[in-house]
Design a protein around this ligand. Structure first.
Ligand SMILES: Nc1nc2c(c(=O)[nH]1)N[C@H]1C(S)=C(S)[C@@H](COP(=O)(O)OP(=O)(O)OC[C@H]3O[C@@H](n4cnc5c(=O)[nH]c(N)nc54)[C@H](O)[C@@H]3O)O[C@H]1N2
Ligand SMILES: Nc1nc2c(c(=O)[nH]1)N[C@H]1C(S)=C(S)[C@@H](COP(=O)(O)OP(=O)(O)OC[C@H]3O[C@@H](n4cnc5c(=O)[nH]c(N)nc54)[C@H](O)[C@@H]3O)O[C@H]1N2
Ligand code: SF4
Ligand SMILES: [Mo]
Length: 670
């Protein structure tokens, strides 16, 4: 059989958005490699995507619609046709709507695919239906809030800036797992003599490649940033001309806030030695192009937005924005380049509907009334594993009167509770348009193989549901390719600058940035707003996180071999992860008389989760770490790490507080 190599794009929730080359033989993807012509990722893929064909053609793929015949959670199903599946959903929803109203139906989705069409396919449908809306804030909404409160709509620095930096702080990011191509730039800078520091709560795998690790007590980075600013002021290391011209509120910060954050006090709050605080401030001030790559771990605390706000002020004080290679990269936002409203169709909403926060699904399923949630439609998300307070979510999913539909590629922990499961295409089987949150690239990808089994894309399913519900809007007759065209045609001003032919042909293109973009501050004052009068705290301060009453902070950090709960379908990657480990400091283990390899239970008031203990020096005292999310099948006892996390929200933007958790640890078996 003839082999053809076709271009595609990695669809996962990862800032890199790699270009893929897919070798196709006889309608099967047989090999997936990196596209060497992709300027940011240049042909290298992470270990997860190296054998993407094993995910796409996995024997575990769901290939037909299924109807539940066993108990919820049992996983017993029988095959049905698509027509029957759609008809059953339509009938159930019509009944629910007539009794409770459409707000009794809740969509639940997040980022299984990042493609702009497939990811947002359900929006127009659920607006038209009048269903409850979902606040999609599980990832890093508080980080966005913190950045915006200081920088407004200012464009984030291009990741290539990193190469020109001489002092890079990787702050709360395990880039070796989550942003490997940014790390290529960091390595290039290192070769040219740059110093690289990591600020984290444990020596995550990225620690191997840095010059110095600063271990901060979880949730205390805001105090750390204010402490560094205190030293910068005390030493007179402020870039006065920059501050005078571009910064609003430095004087108030200097006189009203910073005097409180003395090195001694900050050392006590953060657990960082005074000498290290002084050294960090010195290195930062002395660098000719200091760059902060800000991860998301530190925003998932009760004080997450304020923490990010304080850190975001740092580059302003030393004028890092005016230096090639200087600045701070939190996330890249290019949504405004596309006609998103033509896919999202908020105009279909006939009257305001209630909003349910995705981090509070457990409570929503148990407690919401007027109307209660009577049906949930889950697509490209796996709340039974990824969302906090798992025990409550599972209790909700078991409710006999909850009609649950899951559209999935695999039999996930969530799918096991569905009344109807619909098989979903993988990204190689549908077309889409991708933009990145780690660079300024855009790329269109056409389907490279036909759907596996009877799988259908998100858009196709919503189209069928719309027709079933009798929606007559012409929008529901469009194809994914029509929608891609609507996103880019007519091009919005930012998109006009890219080569339209290349974009339409599926080649990588990049949004252009003006010469002076880094010193163009898109805030209401036109300046960097350290003082922001619209905030209830107009100046950055330190806020306390939530903090449970238990001995160990629990970090459930990302793994190199999985992406949230995705890739749990891959035996080759699971073997590399070996088992759900709980990393604990040597001294802590000694005090508790625990041995390496023992079976332990991490517990708190919300749940209990079983792990294999790994004793290490990479984790400080008082912190335990688990890397990656497992499925209930692979974790003994069935509960996974989110049985320990809480539904509490961040200070602003209603984000998740997945790291703001404490646990006790005890032996499970001798
Ligand atoms: N391989 C892999 N890649 C991924 C993912 C994955 O699961 N696996 N997830 C994807 C997704 S959805 C996202 S949002 C990004 C996220 O990627 P990142 O931006 O890197 O953020 P996180 O992975 O959430 O957290 C990274 C680090 O934050 C640290 N941390 C936790 N609390 C604190 C704190 O209080 N202070 C400091 N300084 N550090 C803290 C954790 O120990 C961890 O090392 O990565 C994406 N890429
Ligand atoms: N404790 C703890 N919990 C966490 C995190 C953490 O670090 N610690 N990380 C959090 C973060 S940052 C995030 S962003 C969330 C992520 O939460 P989710 O976005 O729910 O991420 P995934 O676990 O990757 O689940 C996505 C599912 O979508 C399916 N899928 C993929 N493509 C398609 C498609 O085209 N159509 C359909 N219908 N399905 C598809 C996949 O098979 C997969 O099961 O998890 C959060 N949960
Ligand atoms: S998950 Fe990230 S690093 Fe891996 S191939 Fe996809 S975009 Fe690239
Ligand atoms: Mo995320």
């Amino acid at each position: 059989m003839k082999s053809v190599v076709k271009r595609s794009v990695c669809p996962y929730d990862c800032p890199d958005m790699c270009g893929l080359l897919v070798e196709v033989v006889d309608n099967q993807a047989v090999k997936v490699t990196g596209d060497p012509e992709h300027p940011f990722t240049r042909g290298t893929l992470c270990p997860k995507m190296h054998h993407y064909e094993r995910t796409v053609h996995s024997p575990q793929r769901l290939t037909q619609p299924l109807l539940r015949i066993g108990e919820k959670g049992e996983g017993k199903y029988k095959q049905i046709t698509w027509d029957e599946g759609i008809q059953r959903i339509v009938n159930a929803w019509k009944e629910i709507i007539s009794e409770y109203g459409a707000e009794a139906i809740l969509p639940y989705s997040y980022a299984g695919t990042m493609g702009l069409v497939q990811r947002n396919s359900g929006e127009g449908f659920f607006y038209r239906l009048g269903a409850s809306r979902l606040a999609r804030t599980i990832c890093a909404s508080s980080k966005g809030y913190g950045w915006t409160s200081v920088m407004g709509e200012t464009l984030a620095p291009h990741p290539n800036e990193v190469e020109k930096s001489d002092f890079i702080i990787l702050w709360g990011t395990n880039a070796l797992a989550t942003n490997i191509h940014l790390l290529h730039k960091v390595r290039a800078a290192k070769k040219r003599g740059a110093t690289v520091w990591l600020v984290d709560t444990y020596e995550n795998p990225t620690a191997q490649i840095v010059d110095k690790v600063v271990l901060v007590r979880p949730g205390r980075d805001g105090a750390l940033a204010l402490g560094i600013m205190h030293i910068l002021v005390r030493e007179g290391w402020i870039d006065q001309p920059f501050v005078a011209r571009y910064v609003q509120g430095f004087e108030q910060l200097r006189t009203e806030v910073l005097p409180d954050y003395t090195p001694d006090k900050v050392s006590r709050m953060t657990g960082i030695e005074v000498s290290l605080l002084e050294e960090m401030a010195l290195q930062y001030a002395r660098a000719s192009a200091p760059f902060i790559a800000l991860g998301s771990g530190l925003c998932r605390y009760g004080n997450g937005a304020m923490t990010v706000r304080a850190i975001t002020c740092l580059p302003a004080l030393i004028g890092a924005w005016s230096k090639p290679g200087g600045g701070l990269l939190a996330s890249i936002s290019t949504g405004s380049a596309f006609n998103m409203s033509r896919v999202i169709r908020e105009d279909f909403l006939q009257k305001p509907t209630r909003v349910v926060n995705m981090n509070q699904l457990g409570d929503a399923l148990a407690e919401l009334s007027n109307p209660p949630i009577m049906s949930m439609y889950v697509y490209h998300s796996n709340p039974a594993v990824v969302a906090p307070d798992q025990t409550k979510i599972i209790t909700g999913l078991k409710r006999a009167n909850l009609f649950t539909v899951v559209h999935e590629r695999f039999m996930t922990d969530t799918a096991r509770y569905a009344d109807i499961i619909l098989p979903a295409t993988s990204s190689l089987e549908h077309s889409d348009l991708y933009r990145s949150y780690g660079h300024y690239g855009i790329q269109k990808a056409a389907a490279v193989i036909p759907p596996v089994g009877e799988a259908k894309s998100n858009w196709e399913v919503f189209q069928s549901l719309a027709h079933g519900m009798g929606f007559k809007e012409p929008f529901f007759n469009l194809t994914p390719d029509d929608l891609i065209n609507q996103l880019i045609d007519p091009p919005k001003p930012w998109l006009e600058g890219v080569d339209q032919l290349k974009l339409r042909a599926g080649q990588y293109v990049e949004l252009s940035l003006s010469e002076n973009y880094k010193a163009t501050f898109l805030t209401s004052s036109g300046k960097i707003e350290i003082y922001n009068p619209l905030e209830d705290e107009p100046l950055p301060i330190y806020l306390e996180p939530y903090e449970d009453d238990a001995p160990f902070y629990l970090m459930s950090a990302p793994s190199v071999y999985s992406l949230n709960s995705s890739f749990n379908e891959r035996p080759d990657l699971l073997r590399k992860r070996k088992a759900p480990y709980l990393l604990m400091n040597l001294e802590d283990a000694g005090k508790k008389n625990l041995q390496d390899g023992q079976k332990v239970i991490a517990f708190n008031e919300r749940g209990e989760v079983r792990f294999i203990l790994k004793i290490t020096k990479t984790v400080p005292q008082g912190v335990v770490v688990t890397e990656g999310l497992f499925s209930s099948e692979t974790q003994h006892g069935g509960s996974t790490v989110n049985a320990l996390t809480a539904q509490r929200l961040t200070d602003k933007a209603e984000g998740s507080t997945l790291y703001d958790v404490k646990v006790g640890v005890r032996l499970w078996e001798n």
